[in-house]
Design a protein around this ligand. Sequence first.
Ligand code: UD1
Length: 343
Amino acid sequence: MSSKKETVLVSGGAGYLGSHTTVALIEAGYDVVVIDNFSNSEPSSIEGVEKIVGRKICFEEIDTCDKEALRGVFERHEFNTVIHFAAFKAVGESVEKPLMYYQNNLVSYMNILEMMKEYSRPNVLFSSSATVYGEAEVMPVTEQTPRQPSTSPYGNTKQMAEDILRDCCAAYDNFYGIALRYFNPIGAHPSALIGELPRGVPNNLVPFITQTAAGIRECLSVFGNDYDTPDGSCLRDFIDVTDLAKAHVAAVDRMTQGKMKQKYEIFNIGTGRPVSVLELITRFEKANNLTLPYRIVARRPGDTPFIWADTTLANEELGWKAECDLDDSLRSAWAWEVHLHER
Ligand code: UD1
């Protein structure tokens, strides 16, 4: 356990990425104030975090869209840094309900930024996504790879939020921002006490795989095997959620220790290793010693054929590197699914 550091506000800290990051921050010696409205998470994830770290954490049930409720958090707690996870994240749903996405994702974010400015709290760490790269032609993508026009309101909110942060950092003194562009987070904490809690039918690949293996879903649909890739299925950069959590600690260290080279910085958070959908299925089967029923179906509209990260900048500047073995991630994802059925 390292020495005592400062406090970090984590919005959406009961969610999949937020809960793992909360654990990593506490293990690195930070204090946390976690806020969440449980719109896409459960109180059990806070309990899971508390079991892992072995103590109660400071949690408040707050909707970040409620500005006055959020103001209370700033009045009650001293912190210099926020990690803003709180947002809706289902791409398809965002296409069907754009206003809901713009309202929730942008209003909550604006409230956070306004409060940070008003209370002179300088450091904003924003959860962005590789979705901003769209269908990039040259792989791997670096932070300099041009962003593509977004194909979904969800993706649009990520691009807008990046730009808003960039503009605030340029305009305001004592205002610093880091955007972390996540690739495909998978896996769960090795304790199986926290993990992803998809509501309804999962959109993402790994939760669909684990639910199929558990018999909740009859068969996994592989969306296309006729892409211009080695085995015809899409290539992605699957990063373990505990590695991703540690990237946040490195970014918070950088901000709080005054190591930023620019007022606004962007980092890719991935492994740098492309893995195909079909390869992931085979690896999952082998790692967990089970057979997964799957069939090839039509391509899913909007999917990019391949994307993986150039992680040089994060490796060199954040001093962070993804370390987890893919098979361990697939084992922890399965262990978490099993845990969900045992509770
Ligand atoms: C999506 C979002 C990304 C977001 C990420 C995590 C886009 C275009 N993508 O990434 O922004 O950060 O989720 O929430 O905005 N697949 C199947 N069968 C399934 C499910 C998925 O074959 O049942 C395939 C998909 O076609 C894709 C790969 O698995 O090739 C990964 O899909 P998914 O887990 O949904 O992530 P992305 O679409 O890469």
